[in-house]
Design a protein around this ligand. Structure first.
Ligand code: FEO
Length: 393
């Protein structure tokens, strides 16, 4: 791939992974991704910010060669996860005079993960600066976006923030800068939902800290560069706020039609009450789409048939995922069907311990739903409406 210029002597030199479709063997990537590395050439020193994934390291080396880079003084490591740090040993082998600049916690993780020798590091503290001559880097520790050692790098003279994973998106384009904000908004929201949402409270603090900086450009290590950064900063403020929307998410499975009928009935009942609702049939759901809807939803209704004595395994997976992602939903409940018994409700509720939700009425149906079961679903829809109204949404 080609080198792309952000500002004078500041370049994107990383790699685009057009056809990657799964991340961490877990996260669907419908739009591919990028592993961005940035080269900052000061009048005296040259820094490389993040090295990208080992799988695509050839792109980085080709870019550095084409740019006639014979010396790198600093490799800035914002995050120890291997899609940003995995290339460091190879870069050190090619540029042996380089020092790896990072915080103490990240240094320890890089030693554990990549076996880099201790004398290769230059350890910085929060808000410390590093001069490259006519350019100055400043480092801000931003733990838990999304690992404990994460930090961001700020290029003072150009007002560019390099936040690594934070504020990024799994999105690939030949264009360096964001042009289609709607498209990138959707990708960035998916990325936030899948990776950052569990750390909502940490992010709120980081956003406040960064408010004191003049930021003209945000150059993350996944996705395009934001040359109008207000858009992504405002989106993050909204997603991480405590505000929920008048929305219900219903992840469900149905084996013989009973639970499906209940979900369809409840969906219609909620629509009639003016509530936005999104049912997800888990047999065909892109789990990222479910995660996106969990960002804003006020209520989660989990729906399952009873398999042996508990929920369907796909519902177990979705419940575990929702619990891991810690969405800000205020209410939750369980609906479903059974043939002869079981403890499905208790088992699902037991899996949602991370959620700070009030549990609403459950509706469990023996066999196919009947008239009184539909009345119970109407009552649940009324209850959801009242709860949402109580929040003024
Ligand atoms: Fe893009 Fe946490 O790695």
């Amino acid at each position: 791939m080609a080198i792309q210029k952000l500002k004078r002597n500041v370049f994107s030199v990383g790699s685009k992974h057009w056809d990657r479709r799964l991340f961490d063997e877990l996260i669907p990537l419908p739009d591919g991704t990028t592993y961005n590395s940035y080269l900052v050439e000061g009048s005296e020193k040259t820094a490389l910010i993040d090295t990208g994934d080992p799988e695509t390291l050839n792109d980085l080396f080709e870019n550095l060669k084409n740019h006639n880079i014979t010396k790198i003084d600093y490799i800035i490591s914002n995050h120890a996860e291997q899609d940003h740090s995995g290339g460091i040993p190879d870069v050190l082998a090619k540029y042996p005079e380089a020092k790896v600049v990072t915080n103490e916690k990240c240094k320890k993780m890089l030693i554990d993960l990549l076996n880099i020798s201790e004398d290769k590091f230059f350890v910085i503290k929060d808000e410390e600066t590093l001069s490259l001559g006519d350019k100055t880097l400043q480092f801000f520790l931003t733990p838990w976006v999304h690992w404990p050692e994460t930090m961001v790098t700020y290029l003072k003279e150009n007002s560019i923030l390099f936040p690594c994973d934070f504020l990024g998106s799994h999105f690939v384009s030949s264009e360096l800068f964001v042009k289609d904000e709607a498209k990138v908004y959707a990708s960035a929201k998916r990325y936030y939902a899948e990776i950052m949402m569990p750390f909502r409270k940490n992010i709120t603090g980081h956003l406040e800290k960064l408010q004191n900086l003049k930021i003209d450009m945000i150059a993350p290590s996944h996705g395009q560069v934001y040359d109008k950064p207000k858009f992504i900063l405002e989106a993050y403020k909204d997603w991480t706020s405590d505000n929920v929307k008048n929305e219900v998410v219903i992840p469900y499975i149905s084996m013989h039609g009973s639970t499906k009928k209940m979900v369809e009935y409840l969906t219609d009942a909620l629509i009639k009450r003016g509530i936005k609702v999104k049912p997800f049939n888990l047999t065909v759901t892109d789990i990222g789409e479910l995660a996106i809807e969990l960002v804003d939803a006020c209520t989660i209704v989990i729906a399952s048939p009873t398999v042996l004595t508990g929920p369907h395994p796909s519902v177990v997976y979705a419940s575990a995922l929702a619990n891991m992602l810690k969405p800000k939903a205020k209410f939750a409940t369980v609906i479903g069907s059974f043939g002869w018994g079981g403890k499905m409700v208790e088992k699902i509720v037991g899996m949602l311990g991370n959620l700070k939700v009030e549990l609403l009425s459950t509706v469990m149906v023996k066999g196919f739903p009947k008239e009184n079961d539909f009345r119970a679903l109407d009552n649940l829809a009324d209850e959801i409406l009242e709860k949402h109204k109580s929040l003024d949404i």
